[in-house]
Design a protein around this ligand. Sequence first.
Ligand SMILES: *Cc1c(COP(=O)(O)O)cnc(C)c1O
Length: 474
Amino acid sequence: MTKTSKKAATPNELLRALPSVDALLKTNTARGLVDEVGLAKLTSLARTVTAGLRRELIKDSSRSAGDDGLKGQLLIEAEQRLGALHSLQRAGGVRRVINATGVVLHTNLGRAPLSEAARHAMLEAAGYCSLEYDTVTGERGLRGARAEQLLVDLTGAEAALIVNNCAAAALLVLSTFASGGETIVSRGELVEIGGDFRVPDVMAQSGTRMVEVGTTNRTSLSDYQKGINDSTRVIMRVHTSNYRIVGFTKTPSLSELADLAHTSKLWLYEDAGSGALIDLGDHGIEGEPVIRKSIEDGADLVTFSGDKLMSGPQAGLIVGRRDLIERMRQNPMYRALRADKLRLAVLEATLESYSRGDSLPALFMMSSTADQIASRARTFVERLTQSTRGTLMFDFIEEQSAVGGGAAPMSPLPTLLIAIKHPLRSSDEVAARLRSGTPPVIARVLDDRVTLDLRTVSTTEERELEKLILDLLQ
Ligand SMILES: *Cc1c(COP(=O)(O)O)cnc(C)c1O
């Protein structure tokens, strides 16, 4: 501390040096934000900043006044805080990110990325659209009719119904057919799927009494049989999705369960969850129930998600017997769970891709081979090494990507990760810097290294990603 220039400021001096809201609104940061944020909101942010600063100054009077520079100093500080506060608030919203985690159906990052056709359909439907209007007759049409027809064609079921997500679908099925009665389920299927979907909780909420049969690893047909009584309404089969029981296991086939249900005058309901519309064996995905097969095997109703393996929008899809579907359509709960125009537009476009036999972005990502990813990764690193002139270090790690979204936990997706090493910053700092980019880049930190998996980065995003990595050097 130099004697001549610094002395502690008195509380009054400090408060007088506090920038006014007006002064703060005239700074470059504020001017740069006003168009995006709006003056009213920006003024409110500026008030929050100056009020916070005032409180701190009253509490902490140890600040020195400097060379009469306190006022300027505080203004700079307030300006920085204004920018930071805005960034923080904006970061809480839904924004595009680059998913470099290699988790294809990353629930926290919006699960399946949509196809070009689906994005286009969503934009088209954003204005007025024929949501419930029949343009041929000029009369009221049926919401979702086209998507329902496509689901019928693709699954072989008699009818279909669309709600907001698979959890809503399960709730609607059980409330309509098992409320006030009993539903039988194997103890091996009482799973929790990410995001708080728990089979026992959904049963309780829908007003059915859950009757557990068998054991965690083995349940036989006779266990189900013994669970049946006069109050039984439904036999439920739950696909364990993100969880597998291996080893000494046993469970009746779906067709055996269908025979038992039907001779006992009960409904067989399968919650297939991950929702493969086609056999994904060619895409390296094993052990996922194909909806058409479940219908063939005799399930009366099957529910599945739209944004997992189906690679479409968040939606709950119900297919099965026509009379049962119509009873659900009449249930007032359906009105509360029905899908909106944007979801339906995206769903139609996605299902049309299946009808044509086109691939979809998430399925394409899952089926990329380790060699294909490795070749992209090497080219990417070559370019980066040139443009960073060796200041950032890159390395390769053989690892696994993941399907995610609570599907196919046993399907290995070998990949080649790019590890980034910064000469000065820790891996956590590098990951945080990548997240603060526009758009944010979400990376995986593995053994104290920041890694990027190009499996979930589209080729059209590579240039952008390259630029965001270069920004790490600033
Ligand atoms: C994922 C899943 C759900 C929940 O689906 P959401 O569409 O996320 O609501 C329900 N049941 C099963 C078996 C699942 O795998």
